[in-house]
Design a protein. Structure first.
Length: 383
């Protein structure tokens, strides 16, 4: 019941009572009790208790709102979630790993094989390198490919004989040549032919200068060449030959182009045009592989110990004009083919052991400026 004054049958409100009120600021009750939904009695409710008050509750921004998704019976899961795709992917990765490992092992064996091959090359008592007795090719480059190229100018018997210059040259090109020439290299046969000549002309041991054994220079690929500038009297031991040093020449069988080897000169197209190796202990026979140097113009190898007959293939050089073979150990006759060439300007074969006569065909040498045949065993009359 409410406190009131009763007068008669009427109830009069007590003037001391006030209606409940709420003070708000921006929609929030100022009274601390408002957060619980109650109005404090101190605001005029007396002792009769508080009235419940409705308070607006703010919703959180991340309230989950369920949504319906339309199901598509034809849809497929992403390909990376496909079981078959993952199996194929795993198989592909395993195959790639196997290939990488296989290639790595093959490369390792190849490098190891070449290293062992190089270690097997030694210098014999004569000073020239010695090689293992078999070719044992291990790669396409080291097998039939290169040998097939060499067989164009050398016989298969020579290439199979461990004691032949051709075999040694093929071994060096395949396993030891720093240039590692490809099968289609334009200078492959040119380089091979010169290496064959090098090994062919070492029957009396290493060359005096610029052979592979030459250690006259601090750089292992260089040598100090020489040139005879005065020829002494062979009958006077006190009258010695005089030589002039040529610094910083490239040794034979060095990493440089064969055009830079001592005594070898090339034209602008890097083909050999001059060979001039004089008084350098070249002993042996000229190999037929030199015929592959088709652009040779001057061939000078005098004052050496070269033996055998004068090669008939010298007449095949279409540009050869100067042949100087004097003071060697050539035997036999002057090949008829040399008399057939009109372009020869000088032929010097003096100081050998040649026999026979001077052919009447010499008249065909229209450009000839000098023919030297002194100190031989030739007979007959001069045409």
């Amino acid at each position: 019941t409410m406190n009131s004054k009763v007068e008669g049958d009427q109830l009069e409100p007590d003037s001391t009572l006030r209606s409940p009120f709420i003070e708000t600021s921006h929609g929030v009750g100022n009274d601390g009790g408002m957060e619980y939904g109650l109005l404090s009695t101190e605001r005029g409710m007396g002792d009769s208790g508080g009235l419940a008050v409705a308070i607006a509750v703010e919703e959180e921004d991340n309230t989950f709102i369920p949504a319906a998704i339309q199901y598509d019976p034809d849809s497929k899961p992403p390909i990376f979630k496909n079981r078959r795709f993952r199996l194929y992917g795993l198989a592909g990765i395993l195959l790639l790993v196997i290939i990488v490992v296989g290639v790595s092992i093959a490369i390792s064996k190849n490098v190891s094989g070449k290293s062992k091959r190089s270690q097997q090359v030694s210098v014999g008592a004569s000073g020239e390198p010695t090689f293992p007795p078999t070719m044992a090719p291990t790669t396409g480059r080291e097998g039939e490919g290169l040998l097939g190229e060499f067989a164009k100018i050398s016989s298969t018997e020579q290439l199979s004989d461990p004691n032949s210059a051709q075999y040694k040259a093929a071994q060096w090109i395949q396993f030891d040549d720093p240039q590692n020439l490809a099968l289609d290299a334009v200078n492959l046969l040119q380089r091979y032919a010169l290496v064959v000549a090098y090994f062919s002309l070492q029957e009396n041991g290493p060359w005096v200068v610029c052979g592979i054994e030459d250690n006259s220079h601090t750089d292992p690929s260089l040598c100090t060449g020489r040139k005879r500038v005065y020829t002494g009297d062979v009958d006077d031991p006190n009258d010695q030959n005089i030589y002039e040093n040529i610094d910083d020449e490239n040794k034979w069988l060095s990493a440089e182009s064969e055009c830079w080897w001592f005594g070898v000169y090339c034209g602008d197209d890097m083909t050999v045009v001059i060979i001039e190796i004089v008084d350098n202990n070249l002993v042996g026979q000229l190999p037929e592989e030199l015929a592959a140097l088709t652009f040779l113009e001057d061939f000078r190898v005098y004052w050496n110990g070269i033996s055998g007959t004068i090669p008939h293939w010298l007449a095949n050089y279409r540009q050869l004009s100067d042949i100087e073979l004097h003071y060697n150990k050539f035997t036999g006759e002057i090949p008829d083919g040399l008399y057939e060439r009109e372009d020869f300007e000088r032929i010097n074969v003096g100081g050998n052991m040649l026999t026979g006569t001077i052919s009447t065909k010499i008249g065909k040498l229209a450009k000839l400026k000098g023919l030297f045949v002194m100190e031989n065993m030739m007979t007959g009359t001069i045409p």
